[in-house]
Each structure stands twice: as C-alpha cells, then as structure tokens.
Design a protein around this ligand. Sequence first.
Ligand code: B12
Length: 264
Amino acid sequence: MRAVDLERVRPYGDHLDDGIVQISFTLPVPHGQAGRKCALELAARLGLERAEVVHQQRLRESYTHFLLYGRFAGSIDYTAQQVDELDLEYLSEDEIEAYAAEHIGRPIVVVGACTGSDTHSVGIDAMLDLKGFHGNRGLEGYRAFEAHNLGSQVPNSTLVAKAIELDADAILVSQTVTQQDLHIHNLTELVEIVEAEGRRKRTILACGGSRVSNELAKELGFDAGFSRGTYPHHLATFLVRELAARIAEQSTLSERDAAVQAAG
Ligand code: B12
C-alpha cells in the first residue's frame, strides 16, 4: 500500500490520490439538458475537473436536484491544520465503563442544564438522558455516571446550588440562543458563580451548543466545549479522562505532602 503524503492530502475516490469527490445541489431550473450544462459549469467554477452529472431528478416544476462526480486537482496540508476543537481519541461505551471502574471506582456525579432564558433543551437531553442521541444512550444509561438533568431555562445560580448539594464532579451547560451574545453572558456568569462559591478547582466545567467551540469555552473559563456532532460518549470520554487525571494528580500531591511531613 502506498504511503499517504500528509502534506498533500487529496480525496480518495476509487484509489489513493485520484482526487475524486461527489457533490450534490439543487438548482431552480427545469429538468433537462440546459440544467445539466448549468450543473457542470457550476462544478467547473468550483474547481472540479472532468465533472460528470451521474444523477438528476426533477423535484417539482422548475427545480432539479443534481449529483455529480469530479476531480479535485489540488491538495490540502493536513499537518498545517490548527485544531481548536477537543482532540480526544474517543472511547466506546464499554471502554468508558471499564476505564471509569479502574480509575475512578465510584459513580461520577454530573449535573446539567440549559441555562438562562434559553429554552432549547434538546442538546443537554441528548447528552444526559437515557434516550441519548442517534441511538447512543446518554450518560444516564452508563453505570459510570449519576446524571441529573435540570432541564431548560435554569438560572445559573440554581444549577450551581444543585451541583453543591450533590457535590457534583461536573457541571454541564447547554446554550443555543446566541442572539446579542446571550450565550457568552450566560456562560461567563456561570463561571463567576462557581468561582465565587470556591468550587472552580474541584468542579469540571463543560459546555456545548451549536455555536460553542472548545476554543470559546476555554476563553470563558470552562475546561472544554462541544459543538454540533457531539455524541454522549464523546463527553463521557472527556469526563472520565479528566476526572481520572485530577484524582491521579491529587494522590501524587498527597503522597508528596506525606513524604515532606515524614521527612520534617
Ligand atoms: C427545536 C428548536 C426550537 C424548539 C426547542 C425545543 C426544545 N425543547 O429544545 C422551540 C420551538 C421551543 C424553539 C424556540 C425558539 N427558538 Co429555536 N430552534 C430549534 C431548532 C429547529 C433545532 C434545535 C435543536 O434541537 N437541534 C438539535 C440539537 C441536538 O442540536 P444542538 O442543540 O446543537 O446539540 C448538539 C451539540 O451542539 C452538542 N451540545 C449541545 N448542548 C450541549 C451541552 C453539553 C454539555 C455538551 C457536551 C454538548 C452539547 O451536542 C448536541 C448533540 O450533538 C433550531 C434550528 C436548527 N435547525 O438548528 C432553532 C433555533 C436554535 N432557534 C432559534 C430561535 C431564535 C428560537 C426562539 C428565540 C424563537 C422565538 N423568536 O421565539 C425561541 C427560543 C426562546 C427561548 N427563550 O429560548 C434560532 C437561534 C438563533 C441564534 N443563534 O440565536 C435557531 C437557530 C433557528 C433560526 N435559524 O433562527 N426552538
């Protein structure tokens, strides 16, 4: 098998480096030869070589859907990509259960909500509720987690109070409405309350939403941020790894303190 040149990556169609891509789109034109020519011209303007229309379908009068193959002659430098999203190798559900049993050994308490005036509960439900997301159960379905979902339109202060009451390991926030930077305001306020309660160090803070990125989350004082396409096992992988690292760090510090005391 030929080695891949990661500085010059090209789409793989039938074989390595052939550059073949498939694109599809709808044009507001009648089904027929003139429409087909339009689709080919569009592909050429997108920079595709040797494009061919492999399927066209009349959607309704004067609307046609096209499917094309074409060749992308350029290449992309994989090694130059800056990654601001969380770059984790995700564990499967079974691996998460095993990892948590080995490294944590007790249920991980998480409390989550969609905060402020935001009523979009689907994201937090997808992460926490048993029904989960696209056939992947949420944290409620894992033995490793004790999940509490407070729902939507939850004031930040209520979420933090619940986390303190439960002595939660992690607080999870979902934000969808971004008009007038509402999400920034809500997320910032949450971090401020957690800090004011003296809980920041001992609590893992993670947030998510369609316009949340890991980069933004970090800027606002969270440990991680998740966006579109997140599955519960992505979040679960992050949580078990982060908590296990904190427990390991804590025990190293305690051992060091004990050694210093014994020496003194
Ligand atoms: C369903 C919906 C509603 C439902 C919500 C029902 C509910 N119980 O949630 C209802 C009808 C109530 C609604 C209301 C409104 N909506 Co609405 N709604 C939508 C819609 C169609 C889908 C959102 C959705 O459910 N997505 C599916 C979920 C699974 O995706 P997700 O939230 O991104 O979650 C994923 C990730 O982001 C991530 N994630 C999310 N949260 C978290 C949290 C953690 C911890 C982690 C790890 C990951 C994570 O994981 C999830 C799975 O991958 C979108 C349009 C769209 N197609 O996106 C508009 C949309 C979000 N709504 C919008 C608006 C404006 C409103 C209203 C203000 C409308 C109005 N004028 O009344 C009100 C909101 C009022 C309020 N106070 O909040 C705008 C938001 C614009 C903006 N960026 O600010 C959108 C984008 C529509 C639009 N194009 O204008 N809405």
